[in-house]
Ligand binder design. Structure first.
Ligand SMILES: [Zn+2]
Length: 653
């Protein structure tokens, strides 16, 4: 454990003497970080730094087990004494579906990069470091030392990237942390660009990494030095405050173009009630609500209300994403940019998501309305997250915790046992909450619904849509009024043939920032061809169609995917399944509003409802892909410019 600089130097000197004797390089520095996924401890990173001739050699062994799946990454990084990188290798996985096999050799003028099976020579003309995603954390620690030694440049370019990545490092202040009897002084840094969205790193007086909060596979991932483990939640709270401050800064930088009272004139209104579109319409907005809507010929614009010409465009209700995990503030501008004004979060870091919801609800931050489902799993090493229920008492306690924090739903995960499903559902019902989730291991969808599920996440129905068994299940769900969020865009993203470029079905992937490219570069299923992948997808789409035809409410959800763009893909896939464009649009507007009992306020363009609207350049009823042509998004009456929102988080508009 690093104590103070001088002590460490003495120890290093002793170790170096031992090394000379044995002709192996003992570590001059080492550390153990406890790794957590959504606050659940799941593994370790062990690193050491040794002298290697004139250079320093970092070795990291990063390993965790997430819900039974083992992830391991071995990395080496050689740097000069001023931390200029010389050679970096990483092999293994950094997340369940992110394979890493990188080798980067750096000279003064260029980097030879091998990553993702490609090689490239990248010319270098500014400060450069080598990191390949968030892991290993020790490489990020050395990147911070490099940045300090090189005059704290505004941008550090990192390789491997596409072709280089840009990383922005900002000091965010110093804080004292009390751990038992000892007080540790730490400097906090915001790092933007290693992953998409900002990370927080804490560095002690010796320059050693104390803690880091980042995102892996979309969810929050925390690394805390072993001796500071008891401060985990404190780190999460401090990191959360930093992130909310970042979102407030974005909010100030992308102000609404209009708010208060105004009338949009000349667009075609597709109100999502199922009624025919209104050509050449007027929509009057006042104080965040739709004051009036109708044909221009019969809808009066009150005196003094300014008008906005939207002729030739199309207005639809604000979209919903019914399955997300908004674990970064950058999602807030992304969702509005994509026309999404309400989302249901299906499991997140409790401290973060409640703070984010409150900041948006109080209008200190822009972003979609956040409805929250609180994640609960059964206990044990393979459970997901830190909120477990293994007894009826624990079930009541966890429901009370989420209810008190204003969550709308309980999301039950795979390891909850049948009697605890019933206990959770009963407690949720008493609290006025509803229940959604995965069908737990060992239960059928019918058993889960009978035990109290109101909604079901994903599409846990296997087989042929025409088989008697599937028909029986569908009839059962219809009779029970169960809501299904089938996340078909997520299945497509993970299930597409690895040889097929994502852009072939998801053009949005061409607009994402480089760190997200890294995440999706090897998403897909290896060893299958495009037609096999398509056949599998179509099997799911046929079930979606059959559910819809039977009257089971289908709500559009993405499970994240390609931020923002996956919502559009989900809607497109419903049309490929055989829903009409209007029905597909309803699955992302009024059907979710009804499912969340908010249809009196949201979900259609009708007088008196909240002014959550999207102005599109083209009508999605003509071509469903026109849902991608978002020009302005109106969130609670405030008009946002979609391209400006995309740019605020480094997407191309
Ligand atoms: Zn999910």
């Amino acid at each position: 454990m690093p104590s103070c600089g001088a002590m460490r130097w003495l120890r290093a000197a002793a170790l170096a003497a031992a090394a000379a004797m044995w002709q192996t390089a003992p570590p001059i520095e080492q550390g153990v970080l406890r790794l957590h996924y959504v606050q659940k401890p799941i593994g370790y990173e062990r690193y050491s730094i040794a002298r290697d001739g004139d250079a320093l050699a970092l070795t990291s062994d990063f390993e965790f087990t997430d819900r039974g799946g083992r992830v391991q990454l071995a990395s080496q990084l050689r740097v000069r004494p001023d931390y200029t990188p010389l050679h970096f290798t990483a092999k293994g996985k950094s997340y369940r579906f992110v394979n890493v096999d990188s080798d980067v050799a750096v000279t003064d003028t260029e980097a030879s990069v091998r990553a993702d099976g490609r090689t490239a020579r990248v010319p270098l003309d500014g400060p450069t470091f080598t990191v390949d995603g968030y892991a290993p954390f020790a490489a990020q620690m050395l990147m911070l030392r490099y940045w300090k030694q090189h005059g704290q440049p505004h941008v550090v370019e990192t390789v491997p990237g596409t072709p280089v990545n840009e990383v922005y490092i900002e000091p965010r202040g110093r804080e004292a942390l009390r751990i038992g009897p000892k007080v540790v002084t730490l400097d906090r840094f915001s790092i933007d660009g290693v992953v998409w969205g900002r990370e927080t790193l804490w560095i002690d007086a010796d320059g050693s990494l104390a803690a880091a909060i980042t995102r892996a596979g979309g969810l929050s991932f925390e690394a805390v030095r072993e001796d500071l483990e008891s401060a985990l939640v404190g780190f999460v709270q401090r990191g959360t405050r930093d992130r909310i401050a970042d979102l407030e800064a974005i909010t100030a930088a992308v102000p609404p173009l209009k708010s208060g009272a105004y009338a949009m004139v000349g667009a075609t209104v597709v109100d999502a009630t199922g009624r025919p579109p209104i050509p050449d319409a007027v929509v009057v907005i006042r104080d965040g609500r739709i004051a009036d809507v109708g044909p221009r010929s019969s809808t009066a614009i009150p005196a003094g209300v300014p008008t906005v010409d939207v002729a030739g465009r199309c207005i639809v209700p604000g979209l919903w994403d019914m399955h997300t995990h908004v674990t970064q503030v950058e999602w807030a501008p992304v969702y509005l940019a994509a026309g999404v004004t309400t989302v249901r979060d299906m499991g997140n870091e409790f401290e973060f998501v409640t703070a984010l919801r409150d900041s948006i609800a109080s209008r200190r931050s822009l972003g979609p309305r956040l409805l929250l489902a609180g994640l609960v799993d059964g206990g044990g090493p393979n459970a997901f997250g830190v909120y477990d229920a293994t007894t009826a008492d624990e079930a009541r306690q966890v429901v009370a915790k989420y209810h008190d924090a204003g969550f709308q739903q309980i999301k039950i995960y795979s390891l909850v046992t049948p009697p605890i499903v019933e206990a959770l559902a009963a407690a949720a019902r008493r609290a006025g909450m509803t229940v959604t989730g995965h069908v737990p291991n060992g239960m059928t969808i019918e058993q889960a619904v009978t035990a109290g599920y109101d909604h079901v996440a994903h599409l846990p129905i296997r087989g042929d849509a025409d088989s008697d068994e599937v028909k029986k299940t569908i009839a059962f769900l219809r009779d029970r009024g169960t809501v299904v969020d089938p996340t078909q865009s997520w299945n497509e993203l993970l299930g597409h043939a690895a040889g097929t470029p994502i852009a072939a079905f998801q053009p949005g992937v061409l607009k994402i920032p480089p760190p997200l490219n890294r995440l999706f570069s090897n998403a897909g299923t290896a060893g299958i061809d495009a037609s096999t992948a398509r056949t599998r997808l179509e099997r799911g789409l046929r079930i979606v169609k059959a559910l819809h035809a039977a009257g089971v409410p289908i709500v559009a959800g993405t499970d994240e995917g390609i931020p923002g763009h996956s919502v559009h893909r989900e809607i497109e896939l419903y049309v490929e399944a055989g829903l009409t464009p209007m029905q597909a649009l309803q699955a992302a507007t009024i059907v979710p509003a009804r499912a969340m009992k908010l249809d009196a306020e949201l979900g259609t363009i009708e007088k008196g409802k909240r002014a959550d609207l999207v102005v599109l350049n083209a009508n999605p009823l003509d071509q469903i892909r026109n849902i991608r042509t978002v020009r302005w998004t109106i969130s609670d009456g405030r008009v946002y410019d979609a391209p400006a929102l995309w740019r605020a988080v480094r997407f191309q508009p």
